[in-house]
Design a protein. Structure first.
Length: 88
């Protein structure tokens, strides 16, 4: 498996998920990839896609953690990079 790294940049009022295309969302989590591409995922897609490294393993984060990280990043707090599992 290969992983694409993202940095959580905040939350957005955008109502469409760039991952699944779902519309009429309350908010999206704004992520920046290693190459500088900005994407906006709904909270469910962000939670399913983002992984946290812990003791040599990768674990998915919760929906609440994705939203919390987005809100904290919007306030200016910095976060370590998260990774998204990509099909090889």
């Amino acid at each position: 498996m290969t992983y694409k790294r993202y940095t959580v940049r905040g939350i957005s009022d955008c109502t469409v998920c760039d991952n699944c295309g779902k519309s009429n969302l309350k908010m999206t989590v704004t992520l920046e990839s290693e190459c500088g591409e900005i994407v906006r995922f709904g909270s469910d897609c962000a939670a399913k896609s983002l992984r946290q490294d812990y003791m040599g393993k990768r674990y998915p984060i919760s929906r609440e953690a994705a939203i919390s990280a987005g809100k904290a990043a919007k306030r200016g707090e910095s976060f370590a990079r998260w990774s998204m599992q990509m099909a090889a």
